[in-house]
Structure formats: structure tokens, C-alpha cells
Design a protein around this ligand. Structure first.
Ligand SMILES: [Zn+2]
Length: 146
């Protein structure tokens, strides 16, 4: 996971400043709602961030249009990264909240080209609940969606 944490004062979000051109970035793509630029950390060569242009802290703050635009841009950038760097795999990563490992509180998605033994580890501890428990979780989500 990225260890960089944005400590910008409130109202001076580092991505808002980058999108406004107040700080330099290696931009690769831009459309009406999104912008894509190189992650300064470069977990692997070709590591790109796709951000929405409007300041929205997390997934929960996006409009449906921004969410769709972010995924469309992420896919478009992923296709270009695959063309340019020929990775064996590719990971899309999107984090929300400190507990979700978000470090810059302006919505963004990581497009990370992947190679065997590249040192990137996504910890994914399985809990394997009983099927009835799983059904209970599903019911809670269905109720929230209704
Ligand atoms: Zn921002």
C-alpha cells in the first residue's frame, strides 16, 4: 500500500492543486470529469492515478456520472499502460477512508501494471463465514439498496 499521506491544510488538497496546475504532474489523460497522471511513487513503471476533477473525497461523494467517468478513464488508461509496458497483469485499486488505506482524500483509482514477484502484496485474509451468515449479510445489503 502507498505510504505517502497528504498533510495539506484543509482546502488545499494536493490533487486539487495538481489538477489546477499549481503543482507539476506527469499528466497522461484528461476528459471533462477526470484526469490521469503518473503516481510519484511508481510501484511499477507505468503506475497511473485516475482522479475526478471536482474535489470529492471518496467513492461515496461521487455523482453517478463521475463514478462512470472514472471507470471509463481507468480502463482507457489501463489499455494504454498494457500497450506501453506489456505487464503480465494489472491491478485497479481504489481506497476510501483511513481504515480503507486511503492516503490522499480526493477520489482516485490506482492503475498498477503487475509482474511476477514485483513485491506488491495485497493482504486478503479469508473469514469463510457459514452460508447462513452470508445470507444475513446479503439481506442487510438488499435492504439498504431498496
Ligand atoms: Zn481535492
Amino acid at each position: 500500500m502507498p505510504m505517502f499521506v497528504d498533510n495539506s491544510p484543509p482546502g488545499q488538497c494536493i490533487f486539487c492543486r495538481l489538477i489546477a496546475g499549481e503543482i507539476p504532474s506527469a499528466r497522461v489523460y484528461e476528459d471533462e470529469l477526470t484526469v490521469a497522471f503518473m503516481d510519484i511513487g511508481q510501484c511499477n513503471p507505468g503506475h497511473v492515478l485516475v482522479a475526478v476533477k471536482r474535489h470529492a473525497a471518496t467513492l461515496f461523494d461521487l455523482t453517478d456520472e463521475e463514478a462512470a467517468a472514472a471507470m471509463r478513464s481507468a480502463r482507457r488508461v489501463a489499455l494504454a499502460v498494457r500497450e506501453a509496458f506489456d505487464p503480465r497483469g494489472l491491478t485497479l485499486l481504489q481506497a476510501n477512508g483511513r481504515e480503507g488505506d486511503q492516503t490522499v482524500f480526493h477520489f482516485h483509482m490506482h492503475v498498477v501494471p503487475r509482474h511476477g514477484d514485483d513485491g506488491i502484496a495485497l493482504s486478503w485474509p479469508r473469514k469463510d463465514p457459514a452460508f447462513e451468515v452470508l445470507q444475513g449479510y446479503a439481506e442487510r445489503i438488499r435492504a439498504a439498496l431498496a
